[in-house]
Ligand binder design. Structure first.
Ligand code: AMP
Length: 358
């Protein structure tokens, strides 16, 4: 079995690392010669919409997956002529557009913030703050968004967000942000990981606690039910992440990611089968592995700059993952999963903070 990945970043790198012991070789397509998956996978250097590059990837792969959702539809179609594309093109298309995504949530009875499609400044002017304006496509890590707290902010907002199709959402006074990672195999079997609690700053994930502290079994069941509905409806194969807002005993779906997810990195040490291995297993048609949690974990992202590896290694229970990427402001260059409790993760978080964007 040969795995192809669109994108050669850290997600592709960790997928390739999970595939190798299963006897599966990975090829990643990426426009950058520095793509960090290149350390563990063959790299095809080409833009994501380059017909020649795509054909080469399709020819050397039995199955092709992606590390990002914004796969051009034509690229997915072209690859589908040469290899199995998993997850499928519809799942990718839905996840690329916040409006389609939220309509699907609603159709499937998945609680989500109230929303409206916005196509012009006149549409913007009709909205009642507070709310959030987001570009429908190509927004990530808080980019392409505007929190609107008062009416004066509506003025010129359409232009400010690039005159692109937008979505307006109610501003949810959530208590915390959670996410669930789930997977579906070729045979339709499904598994889900424990719900985790996520902390963002400047729109970027900083910290994940696994499992989410103080969570009842009914919240886990609800999140799994939501994920399962999406997986089934989309005839999905692979790992899917669903980001949620918790408000009392409500879970509101914010967005889904049709891929392995940063809030699931802790599963490498923290569970019987990591999200990366389960994604590889799923897309390659293998049985899925147990998602049982082995120990409580906190994952700390390294953003913009990495602490001295010796300082991290001196902290008991710190499992270090450096991606081999050059430091740059706001860039995820590694993560550390800490299995030694609060003292350990606070020490790592402090080092990460000192090194961040330095
Ligand atoms: P997103 O790009 O949709 O994941 O949004 C980035 C972050 O903005 C989320 O992690 C939330 O912290 C916040 N956010 C997004 N949508 C809403 C909303 N409707 N209400 C309140 N906060 C939101």
């Amino acid at each position: 079995m040969r795995l192809g990945v669109l994108g050669g970043g850290q997600l592709a790198r960790m997928l390739a690392m999970a595939a190798l012991p299963l006897g599966i070789r990975t090829t990643a397509l990426d426009p950058s010669p520095d793509a960090c998956a290149g350390a563990v996978a063959e790299l095809i250097l080409a833009p994501y919409d380059d017909p020649e590059g795509l054909d080469r990837l399709g020819q050397v792969s039995d199955v092709v997956t992606s590390e990002f959702e914004s796969v051009p539809a034509e690229s997915a179609d072209r690859l589908a002529g040469l290899a199995a594309v998993r997850p499928n093109a519809r799942a990718l298309a839905v996840a690329q557009d916040r409006l389609h995504e939220k309509r699907l949530f609603t159709e499937l009875g998945i609680d989500t913030p109230r929303f409206e499609a916005i196509a012009s400044q006149e549409d913007v002017d009709r909205m009642q703050p507070p709310g959030v304006l987001k570009t429908r496509r190509l927004g990530y890590d808080g980019k392409g968004q505007l929190v609107v707290r008062e009416e004066s902010q509506l003025e010129g907002a359409f232009e400010q967000l690039g005159k692109a199709p937008l979505i307006w959402e109610e501003l949810v006074p959530f208590e915390r942000e959670l996410s669930v990672v789930a997977a579906r195999g070729v045979d339709g079997s499904t598994v889900a990981y424990p719900l985790v609690e996520n902390h963002h700053r400047d729109g970027i994930l900083r910290l994940t606690h696994a499992p989410a502290p103080g969570l009842g079994a009914e919240m886990q069941a609800l999140a799994e039910a939501y994920a399962l509905r999406l997986l089934t409806e989309l005839d999905y194969v692979g790992v899917l992440a669903l980001e949620l807002f918790q408000l009392g005993n409500r879970l509101m779906a914010n967005e889904m990611a049709p891929r392995v997810h940063n809030s699931g990195h802790w599963t490498i040490e923290g569970t019987e089968t990591s999200q990366f291995e389960n994604h590889v297993r799923a897309v390659c048609g293998l049985p899925l592995g147990s998602t049982a949690q082995r120990m409580t974990c906190t994952m700390v992202n390294l953003i913009g700059g990495a602490p001295d590896v010796a300082d991290l290694a001196a902290i008991e229970g710190a499992h270090i993952h450096l991606y081999g990427k050059a430091p740059r402001r706001g860039r995820k260059i590694g993560h550390v999963t800490v299995t030694s409790g609060e003292g350990g993760w606070r020490a790592v978080a402090e080092l990460a903070e000192q090194a961040a964007d330095g």
